[in-house]
Write a protein that binds this ligand. Structure first.
Ligand code: ADP
Length: 316
């Protein structure tokens, strides 16, 4: 995204999701999601499994009908303008599978035939490093090659927006890195990217802005640096106390946001006055904290601070 692009200008919003809600029977997949995607950015949708990420992007692509709220893509309602939306958005679906014997170039030619002005299949094969395996059957491709082919299929219609869902799941570290570079190149070629991921590192490395979704809601939306900064403004200290201490005593301090116990350590978060407030309270009670330290903030901590629990293994 150009450095000086003004933030939050309505005319900059390529995708506008407002108060999206989607249920499946008794399951609330998306409770309330609002977000905007600017042209030219890599927009990350990050959250644990079951958070509602796929339902959100499939609603953007017009593949699901929301129960509430609105979705606009380039000003269009995806449910009402199917043809235009299909040309506007290229979707790489999760675990995209093709018939085993279909060759790479055949898959691209086939998909190209669905679009009014497709990209050149040979060109895409070259860009995605698949020219050498153009005659290889889908089943014989490596995991990384299958993944690159599914990205090529998302791009074959010359879309303005590409939705990439869990694109590096199952890839080895080198193939993951290669895919990341590829995604950056695609963005640099002018395609806006919505990237669904549950990998913190991937979101942090690739995305211009990230919406963190948890339990069907956006808990934060900012640049990776902004998210870390927001969590940093929440201080986090850990220590042991020699003796009994009721959590409620610390919770009652105005500087404290949360008190948790990890084994015999106390983990306390709060504002800038946290350290002084806690140490003063403890010493007033004749307790000296042992092994006290403040911790470095990462995107993981941002998630903890925003969602109130650890990201890894966080399931609904
Ligand atoms: P994520 O992509 O973040 O893993 P999903 O959007 O796939 O989350 O799913 C959100 C919730 O909705 C989960 O509890 C999931 O089981 C449920 N869900 C998703 N799709 C369906 C469906 N077609 N029918 C019933 N439940 C669904």
């Amino acid at each position: 995204m150009p450095e000086n692009m003004p933030e939050n200008m309505p005319e900059n919003d390529l995708v506008v999701v407002t108060d999206l809600r989607k249920t499946y029977g008794a399951t609330v997949a998306v409770e309330d999601v609002s977000l905007t995607v600017h042209p030219g950015e890599i927009f990350g949708i990050l959250g644990p499994n079951g958070a509602g990420k796929t339902t959100t992007v499939e609603s953007i692509a017009g593949l699901r009908t929301p129960d509430g709220g609105t979705v606009r893509v380039d000003g269009l309602d995806p449910r009402k303008h199917r043809t235009e939306i299909t040309s506007l958005i290229g979707v790489q679906l999760q675990a995209s599978e093709l018939p085993d014997r279909l060759k790479a170039w055949e898959a691209l030619e086939l998909y190209a035939s669905f679009y009014p002005s497709p990209a050149d299949p040979a060109d895409l094969l070259e860009r995605l490093g698949l020219t050498k395996v153009r005659n290889t059957a889908f089943a014989k491709l490596s995991g990384g090659q299958k993944q690159r082919l599914s990205i090529a299929l998302a791009l074959i219609g010359n879309p303005k927006i590409a939705i990439l869902d869990e694109l590096t799941t199952g890839l080895d570290p080198q193939a993951r890195r290669d895919t990341w570079e590829l995604v950056k190149q695609i963005r640099d070629s002018g395609v806006t990217i919505i990237l669904v991921t549950h990998f913190m590192e991937e979101a942090e490395y690739l995305c211009d802005r990230i919406a963190i979704i948890d339990a069907g809601r956006v808990v934060a939306l900012d640049t990776p640096a902004g998210l870390v900064e927001a969590a940093r403004s929440e201080q986090r200290i850990t220590f042991r106390v020699p003796g009994e201490l009721d959590d409620a005593i610390l919770k009652a301090l105005p500087a404290v946001n949360s008190v948790q116990r990890e084994g015999d350590r106390m983990v306390v978060t709060g504002n800038d006055d946290l350290l002084v407030a806690v140490v003063t309270e403890l010493s007033g009670r004749g307790l000296a904290p042992v092994g006290l330290h403040t911790e470095q903030t990462t995107l993981d901590d941002a998630f903890l601070a925003l969602a109130g629990r650890n990201f890894e293994g966080a399931e609904r």
